[in-house]
Ligand binder design. Structure first.
Ligand SMILES: *Cc1c(COP(=O)(O)O)cnc(C)c1O
Length: 377
């Protein structure tokens, strides 16, 4: 029984973040309501400009969510039936379902055992004459190996879309993720490192023509009312979400630094724990710790142990993408993707969020250090 509320540590605490910026958020929301700027409008335009500047790209096209962002980037790049697109075997389903949605065929690639991101060493085996592009995912906030991926892509004439949904402000050699590929996509789902209070997303790019095609497609095929140069979809960011994101964006850098400090404290506190594998960071990159994912061969018992002590945990993700029921037709076997399969089997995310206190972190560390996998759970 948990009777001490201070001992409860959730996976995330969106309300704590709201309270930390409450007066600014409330004022921003009121202003949108007062001006009825519900769809697009000045806050949306201001956010697009500010976010492009923050990432370091020339263009930002806001949209309804991070899944649409990936789909629209592929449409903008001219993906067509028969094309093949390579995605990592471990990600959230948005990365692969949008390939099918765009009319192409999804090809899965195993992940690297340190970064848990697309392993470029497998790319040459997967590329065929039908391959048109690669969608690396900066999973859990750890950058994929963009220099190696871009090198293969350039040699084989492929485009690259970076899925940055979990990696706002992550860097490789001082350069932000989202600036390497032809386009990059972001999600502002409430639980993401930069989160709205509803669904929201964006595509960023340095390619003016591509940015224009994507913006047009997102807005019924035209940038001016009444103009429909092509048939598009309706995927717009609404004014309330943009106003909220404009309040939060200046806090993203300190919030990210806090996640990094918490991850460092976890690493220090858990490094001696021989029943666990703690996450590692590749040389020369800055990870932003959307999730802190341990591996344990006794995961089910560890989950129960954490739960009995009031500590949240999650499986991100319980199955590698090729083994989801929707891909049963591909008939993949675990040995096709050994690293992704192992991560799906052993991975366990423990609480990490910018508002997490030192006491909460210490509590999680103490509870994990008190875990004995040989005890009956
Ligand atoms: C969250 C997420 C998305 C999709 O974002 P939504 O805004 O929820 O549509 C895409 N890819 C990855 C890796 C994600 O984590």
């Amino acid at each position: 029984m948990i009777d001490n509320k201070a001992k409860i540590v959730p996976m995330a605490d969106l309300h704590a973040q709201y309270l930390s910026v409450k007066s600014e958020i409330d004022a921003a929301i009121s202003k949108v309501i007062e001006t009825s700027a519900f769809i697009r409008g000045p806050d949306v335009e201001a956010f697009e400009t500010a976010f492009a500047a923050e990432i370091g790209t020339a263009h930002c096209i806001s949209c309804a969510n991070g899944t649409d962002a990936i789909y629209m980037a592929m449409v903008g790049l001219g993906v067509k039936p028969g094309d093949e697109v390579i995605v990592p075997a471990m990600s959230w389903i948005s990365t692969s379902e949008t390939v099918t949605q765009a009319g192409a065929t999804v090809v899965f690639c195993d992940i690297d055992p340190i970064s848990y991101t697309l392993d470029p060493a497998h790319l040459s085996d997967l590329i065929t004459e039908r391959t048109v592009g690669i969608i690396p995912v900066h999973l859990y906030g750890h950058p994929a190996d963009m220099p190696a991926i871009m090198q293969v892509a350039a040699r084989r004439g492929l485009w690259v879309i970076e899925d940055c949904a979990q990696a706002h402000l992550a860097e490789i050699g001082g350069r932000k993720v989202g600036t390497f590929g032809a386009a990059a996509t972001f999600s502002f789902y409430p639980g993401k490192n930069l989160g709205a209070m509803g669904d929201a997303g964006a595509v960023v790019s340095n390619d003016a023509g591509l940015a224009r095609r994507i913006a047009m497609f997102a807005r019924h095929g035209g940038l001016r009312k009444g103009d429909h140069e092509i048939e598009g979809i309706n995927s717009r960011m609404d004014g309330l979400q943009a106003a909220i994101l404009n309040v939060k964006l200046p806090h993203l850098s300190p919030w990210t630094a806090r996640r990094q400090a918490l991850a460092a404290a976890y690493n220090a506190g858990l490094s001696g724990c021989d029943t666990l594998t703690i996450p590692r960071v590749s040389a020369g990159v800055s990870a932003v710790w959307h999730l802190y994912v341990l591996r344990s061969t006794a995961r089910t018992k560890l989950e129960a142990h954490l739960k009995s002590h009031g500590i949240g945990s999650a499986r991100n993700y319980p199955r590698a993408l090729p083994f989801l029921p929707c891909y049963a037709r591909l008939q993949h076997r675990p040995e096709d993707f050994p690293i992704a399969s192992n991560l799906a089997e052993e991975g366990l995310s423990i609480p990490i969020f910018a508002e997490m206190t030192d006491q909460q972190l210490q509590r999680v560390v103490d509870v994990i250090l008190g875990f004995d996998p040989s005890e009956d759970g």
